[in-house]
Design a binder for this molecule. Structure first.
Ligand code: THU
Length: 135
């Protein structure tokens, strides 16, 4: 695996340590790379009003966009469960907005803190709706 993928995996794991998940106890960390290489991290942040919870993926992507970046060129995700984490449907749609179909999405093993699988948004969200439909 590339050094950059390994670094993103590590940063996602570090972000997972910041998860606020007292209700589900499922901790998630994410790392999004912008077009200039800058890395942005996010974790899930739950709320006692459950529906207000934000997922780690959207936290990372919204931080990237809020910093003035335009594209997510690579993404790493880790979840604390025994199975490999995988983005929820809502987060897939948000990733779709800012990622090229074949940009790498690294699914990270929380035990080894290494990339276990590489996928992309074309695979995770086939035949999706996106910005070009509105032009
Ligand atoms: N969660 C994420 O952060 N990302 C996902 O893709 C799946 C779910 C969070 C939301 C909630 O805090 C916890 O995991 C359990 O659903």
């Amino acid at each position: 695996m590339s050094d950059n993928a390994d670094l993103m995996a590590k940063k996602a794991c570090e972000a997972m340590n910041n998860a606020y998940a007292p209700y589900s106890k499922y901790h998630v960390g994410a790392c999004a790379q912008a077009e200039d290489g800058t890395l942005f991290t996010g974790c899930n942040v739950e709320n006692s009003s459950y529906g207000l919870t934000i997922c780690a993926e959207r936290a990372a992507i919204f931080a990237l966009i809020s910093a003035g970046k335009k594209k997510v060129t690579a993404f790493a995700l880790v979840g604390s469960g025994k199975d490999l984490g995988s983005p929820c449907g809502a987060c897939r749609q948000v990733m779709r907005e800012f990622m090229s179909p074949d940009a790498p999405i690294y699914l990270v093993d929380s035990t080894t803190q290494k990339v276990a699988e590489t996928t992309n948004i074309e695979t995770l969200l086939p035949r999706s709706f996106g910005p070009e439909f509105l032009k």
